[in-house]
Design a protein. Structure first.
Length: 572
C-alpha cells in the first residue's frame, strides 16, 4: 500500500526556501559582506535544497549553483587556520563552528547526489568539512546543549567521511548521559535550545548511531512541551535558565520534530501540535532541506486529537504548574534558582514572574511582587508545595544581617581583612568571623488555580517595609476601575477592576485581611517595581512593559486577590 504524501506541506516548505533563496540567486555574483558564518552555511544549504527540489522555483537553476559557490568562497574565507570560524562573541568556538559544520555536512549530502553541475559545490563543502574536523574532534564546550550540537556535527562528518575517531568522540560525550530530567525537561529548561539544538541534534544522533534511547528522550521532551503550549501559540519560558526566560517563544520551530514523531509513532497529540506549529504559515527556509534529507517528513500526518480540556500539569522538577480550560489558561511558577544561588547569573532561572493568566484576547502576562527589604529584589519562591489538586503554596524567606565586632582572636592590628561576599554585597570585613544580628522577612503566596482564573492569598510578614504587587497586562486593552498614575501604570486600592481586550476580560477583586489600608495613587514610592540591587548596581533592570496595575502598601499584610476570566455581559 502506498503511503500518502502531504504535497501542500512540501510546497509550503519550498515556498519558504524560495523566499530566502531567490534573491540570492538573482544576485549570484554579489559577495556577501559581513554575513556571519552560520548564515553563510545555512544559505548554501537552502540554495542546494532549492536546486534539488522539483517543488522549488529554483529547481535545476544554474543561478542557484553560482550563488552557492559565491557563499562558499565567503565561508572558506571566514575559516581560520584551526578550521574553526571567525566571528561572534565566542572566540575560536568549537560548538559555534559545529552549528555551521552541521549545515555544511547536510548541504554536502544534498549536493553529492545532484549530478555534475554541483561538483564544485560538493568539493568546496568537503574541503570546509575536512578543515574543521580536527578542531571539532578535540574541542570543548561551555553549555549543556553544545555537547549535542558538537556530537551531531561529528556524526554528520562520519556519515559523509567515515572515521571511527569521530564516533569514539561522540560516544565519549554521550557517556555523560543526556541531561533530561524525569519530567522530560532538558537541564537548561529552554524552549529555544530544545527546539533549535537538543532535539534536532539527538534525532540526528539517533539516526546515525541507531540509538533508540536518544529518540525516546526527544519524544519525552515533546510530550512535556504539549502541556507548555499557551493559547497564543507560544511555548512557556518563565522557567527557562537561558535568555528566552524573559521572552515568548513560538511553537513553529518545533514543527519538524512534532511532525516526524507523529508520523513515526502515530501519536495524534503530536499531530495536533504539528498542525498548530504550522498554523501561522511555514516561514523556515531550512524546512525544504529537511524534507529532502528526511523524506518521512513529507508523509501525511495521522489524524490529530482534539485538545484535552480541562488539563492540569505540575512539573515538580521545574516547580511549574499549568491549568487549561475552555475559559482560562493559567501558569504558576515557583522554580527560580536565585534563592539558592543568591545571585542573578546567565544560566540561572531568574524571572520573578510567578503567575500568568490567558483569557482569550485579555492576557495577564506577569504577576510579580516587589518588597523593599534591603534591596534584595522581588519575590522569587524558594519552595513550592502542592497542597491539594490545583492548590499550591509558594514561600520565600529573606535574611539580612548587621555584624558585630570581630572576636579578639580574629582581629588584625593592620586592619587588613580579605574581601568577602556576604550574599548581599562585598567588603573587606571578614563577615564569616563576625557575630550576626539577623533581620528576616517571609512571603507566602497560596494559589488556587481555577477553571476561570486563580485565587491568591498573599501573606507578607516581618518588619514594616513597602511592597507592591504588579500585574502586567498585554497591550490591547485598558484597566477599568483602577486609577491611572501615568506611564502605562494604574493603582488599585479597593473595589473591583476589569481589564477588557476585545470580547474578553479579566476581573480582579482584592481584600485586605490584615494590615494597614492599601497605598493610594499618591504613593509612587510604594507603587513601583524594584528589580533589586543585582540589576540596579550595573544600571540594569528586568522590569516588564505593558499596562501595569499596582496594589501595594506597608507590610505586614495579608491580602487576597481573585482573578476571573470571562466575557462581559451583552448590553440589552
Amino acid at each position: 500500500m502506498s503511503i500518502p504524501l502531504d504535497h501542500e506541506f512540501v510546497r509550503a516548505a519550498a515556498r519558504a526556501a524560495d523566499r530566502a533563496a531567490t534573491p540570492l540567486a538573482a544576485g549570484a555574483d554579489e559577495e556577501p559582506t559581513g554575513v556571519p558564518h552560520r548564515v553563510l552555511a545555512r544559505r548554501v544549504k537552502t540554495l542546494v535544497a532549492a536546486y534539488r527540489s522539483p517543488d522549488s522555483a529554483l529547481h535545476g537553476s544554474s543561478r542557484a549553483v553560482a550563488a552557492a559557490m559565491t557563499h562558499l568562497r565567503a565561508l572558506q574565507a571566514a575559516q581560520t587556520l584551526t578550521g574553526l570560524f571567525a566571528g561572534g562573541d565566542n572566540v575560536q568556538s568549537p560548538p559555534d563552528s559545529a552549528f555551521t559544520v552541521n549545515d555544511v555536512c547536510d548541504a554536502h549530502v544534498l549536493a553529492a547526489g545532484a549530478g555534475p553541475e554541483l561538483r564544485d559545490v560538493t568539493a568546496a563543502l568537503a574541503e570546509i568539512a575536512d578543515a574543521a574536523t580536527g578542531s571539532l574532534l578535540t574541542g570543548g564546550v561551555h553549555t549543556p546543549n553544545h555537547r549535542w550540537e558538537l556530537c551531531a556535527a561529528l556524526a554528520r562528518l562520519h556519515r559523509s567521511f567515515p572515521d571511527d575517531r569521530l564516533l569514539d568522540r561522540v560516544e565519549e560525550w554521550l557517556a555523560e548521559g543526556v541531561d533530561i530530567d524525569a519530567e522530560g525537561l532538558y537541564s537548561e529548561r529552554s524552549a529555544n535550545y530544545a527546539a533549535h539544538v537538543s532535539n534536532p541534534s539527538l534525532l540526528l544522533l539517533a539516526e546515525v548511531l541507531g540509538r533508540a534511547d536518544l529518540l525516546a528522550a526527544v519524544e519525552r521532551n515533546l510530550a512535556t512541551t504539549l502541556d507548555l503550549i499557551r493559547p497564543d501559540g507560544t511555548v512557556e519560558t518563565v522557567h527557562s535558565r537561558r535568555q528566552d526566560q524573559y521572552h515568548p517563544f513560538p511553537l513553529a520551530p518545533y514543527l519538524p520534530h512534532y511532525r516526524l514523531l507523529a508520523i513515526r509513532t502515530g501519536r495524534a497529540d503530536f499531530a495536533r501540535a504539528a498542525l498548530l506549529a504550522a498554523a501561522g504559515g511555514i516561514d523556515d527556509p531550512d524546512l525544504l532541506a529537511q524534507t529532502l534529507l528526511t523524506p518521512e517528513l513529507c508523509r501525511a500526518l495521522p489524524a490529530p486529537a482534539p485538545e484535552p480540556l480541562p488539563r492540569d500539569r505540575y512539573l515538580t522538577t521545574a516547580r511549574l504548574a499549568a491549568r487549561a480550560s475552555a475559559t482560562a489558561h493559567s501558569v504558576l511558577y515557583g522554580g527560580s534558582d536565585v534563592p539558592e544561588h543568591r545571585r542573578i547569573r546567565s544560566g540561572l532561572a531568574c524571572n520573578p514572574t510567578f503567575l500568568r493568566l490567558f483569557a482569550g484576547d485579555a492576557v495577564l502576562d506577569a504577576v510579580r511582587l516587589s518588597r523593599g527589604f534591603f534591596d534584595l529584589g522581588p519575590f522569587r519562591a524558594a519552595d513550592m508545595q502542592q497542597l491539594a489538586d490545583n492548590r499550591y503554596r509558594l514561600t520565600e524567606t529573606l535574611t539580612a544581617a548587621y555584624y558585630q565586632p570581630l572576636p579578639m582572636d580574629r582581629r588584625r592590628v593592620d586592619g587588613s581583612y580579605g574581601l568577602v561576599d556576604e550574599g548581599r554585597f562585598s567588603a573587606a570585613m571578614a563577615f564569616p568571623d563576625r557575630p550576626r544580628d539577623e533581620v528576616s522577612h517571609t512571603t507566602r503566596v497560596e494559589v488556587d488555580l481555577r477553571d476561570d482564573g486563580a485565587d491568591l492569598r498573599i501573606d507578607i510578614s516581618g518588619p514594616r517595609v513597602p511592597w507592591a504587587l504588579e500585574l502586567t497586562f498585554r497591550p490591547g486593552g485598558e484597566p477599568e476601575g483602577a486609577v491611572p498614575v501615568g506611564d502605562g501604570r494604574w493603582c488599585l486600592t479597593n473595589g473591583p477592576m476589569t481589564y477588557r481586550a476585545g470580547a474578553d476580560e479579566i476581573r480582579i477583586e482584592t481584600a485586605v485581611e490584615a494590615g494597614e489600608p492599601l497605598a493610594g495613587p499618591d504613593r509612587s514610592d510604594v507603587l513601583r517595581y524594584d528589580p533589586g540591587q543585582d540589576h540596579t548596581v550595573v544600571g540594569g533592570t528586568d522590569a516588564t512593559t505593558g499596562n501595569r496595575v499596582y496594589i501595594g502598601g506597608l507590610g505586614p499584610h495579608t491580602l487576597t486577590v481573585a482573578l476571573r476570566a470571562g466575557r462581559p455581559a451583552p448590553v440589552v
